[in-house]
Design a protein around this ligand. Structure first.
Ligand code: UDP
Length: 484
């Protein structure tokens, strides 16, 4: 072991970063690869599945060529075990993750045993790994081979904290609760959230569970707890966003790093932004925005996975039209569960511009955008917060129900229309976020939060200091890697 450690001291540190093969996870972890490799003191391999690698190379070629100019950053890929024509959307996630666990672990191990050298290009062996906390089996595999692993959770610290507290909520008798229970009742057994967390804000599997040993509850609790087996946990958040929760979580893990929002951190460090899309970005959305008045447009996106029923889509559409405002609406080809008729009809309305996939960060920064209707995925929430754009939240599933509560009740930079999808509600939320005193108040708070985020990721800020500590720790952990 000593010999290997000495050997590693002569080898450059080589970090491998492996996100779960989903758009939101890549968007969170690629900026970290960018920022860490920019520092220059280590080599970074970003590992994708073959399927996503092909899509990213096709739809984000300029991103790939920008990175190809940096000799210490490269992309590799391994199979996810599914055939190419298999869809990998929200409804196939169980199958995708089952396939990763049963098929990809062997390829992952083989890659590490080959010194992280798939193509014999002379890179040194992998000395440290950052793996998505959603795939603990890769973490266990790497640690068994003697490579130190840090876990990365792409959800908010608050959501992870709620998952970690599921056993306590069960013990306190607060979970499960009957289907007809008052959803506005506060949850008292989750420290630091007593003041704002209601039954209504719990992740979707908590609301669905009917017994304490519910399988999905256990699955999410186990995933959350599995990251404690890593050398440390990285979050895409910072004290400016979730300080009280981070200090609770800190005591459970060997160490934690709050380095987010990473898209803002990377911009502060490298003066450029990262974008990597699995779908073709429609940049004409920006030209359309250029022609719209200042803060006149409502940007609408439900992320990369959420699906709307036909009825929900129509309720949104009527609410939008009745509000009299202009909309830029991301309607992915698979957004509406049953067919395209409603989408075709929606596209005929002059004030509602539909696109299949937008350059979201650029859209949120555009002067024409007045507010963001979002499903409250964590990346979208961070991108809106960093751009100072007020949100109207319609959380679709999982952790999004916690995030929207942060937006509405803790940061007070948006409105939470959780659980209601009626055209009157949509219209009144849009009006409140775009017109009059309430809109001004939300905009003021959102601007303050954006300033705070910029401070946090800038030189000497808490997220930047955590990032620098993370880099130092990766270098010193690399000295302990003992893979043969
Ligand atoms: N996104 C995008 N264009 C779109 C819609 C979404 O680039 O038209 C990006 C968005 O910027 C974010 C990611 O897709 O980084 C979605 O991640 P999020 O965590 O918000 O939601 P998820 O898709 O994981 O539910």
């Amino acid at each position: 072991m000593m010999e290997v450690a000495k050997e590693n001291m002569r080898q450059p540190a080589h970090l491998l970063i492996f996100p779960a093969p989903l758009q939101g996870h890549i968007n969170a972890m690629l900026p970290l690869a960018d920022a860490l490799s920019f520092a220059g003191s280590l080599r970074v391999t970003f590992l994708n599945t073959d399927h996503n690698h092909r899509l990213l190379s096709f739809f984000s070629p300029s991103q790939y060529s920008r990175f190809s100019l940096r000799p210490n950053l490269r992309f590799l890929s391994i199979p996810d075990g599914l055939s190419d024509d298999k869809p990998r959307s929200a409804y196939q996630l169980t199958e995708l993750f089952h396939s990763l666990r049963t098929h990809s672990v062997d390829s992952f191990r083989a890659l590490l045993l080959a010194g992280g050298n798939k193509d014999r290009d002379g890179w040194p062996p992998v000395t440290c790994i950052i793996v998505d906390g959603l795939m603990p089996y890769f973490m266990d595999e790497a640690q068994a081979l003697g490579i130190p692993v840090l876990a990365f959770r792409t959800i908010s610290a608050s959501s992870l904290w709620v998952y970690l507290q599921i056993p306590q909520m069960i013990e306190a008798g607060e979970l499960p609760f009957p289907a007809d229970a008052d959803l506005d009742e506060h949850i008292k057994s989750v420290p630091a959230m007593e003041g704002f967390l209601r039954r209504r804000d719990l992740p979707s599997m908590c609301r669905k569970a009917t017994k304490a040993d519910d399988k999905e509850l256990q699955l999410f609790t186990n995933f959350a707890a599995s990251s404690t087996r890593s050398k440390g946990l990285i979050f895409n958040t910072s004290d400016s966003l979730e300080a009280p929760i981070l200090s609770q979580i800190d005591s459970i893990f060997p160490t934690t790093y709050a380095v987010g929002p990473l898209h803002a951190l990377v911009e502060s460090i490298t003066s450029s932004s990262v974008s990597a899309s699995l779908l073709a970005e429609d940049r004409s959305a920006l030209n359309w925005l250029d022609a719209q008045p200042y803060r006149s447009v409502v940007y609408v996106s439900f992320g990369s996975l959420a699906r709307l029923t036909h009825e929900e889509f129509l309720e949104f559409w009527h609410g939008f039209v009745n509000s009299g405002h202009r909309f830029l609406w991301v309607v992915r080809p698979d957004l509406v569960a049953e067919g395209t008729a409603a989408v075709e009809m929606a596209g005929l309305e002059e004030r509602v511009r539909l696109v299949a996939w937008a350059p979201q960060e650029a859209v949120l920064r555009h002067r024409a955008v007045g507010c963001f209707i979002t499903h409250s995925g964590w990346n979208s929430t961070l991108e809106s917060a960093a751009a100072g754009v007020p949100m109207v939240c319609w959380p679709w599933a999982w952790d999004q129900l916690v995030n929207s509560r942060l937006v509405g009740e803790v940061w007070k930079v948006g409105l939470d229309m959780k659980d209601v999808c009626k055209r009157e509600m949509v219209e009144s939320m849009v009006r409140a976020a775009m017109e009059g005193e309430k809109a001004e108040e939300l905009r003021r708070k959102a601007t303050d939060l954006a300033v705070e985020i910029r401070r946090s990721v800038g030189e000497g800020g808490d997220a930047r200091l955590d990032f620098e500590r993370l880099l130092r720790d990766i270098l010193s952990l690399s000295l302990c890697a003992s893979i043969a």
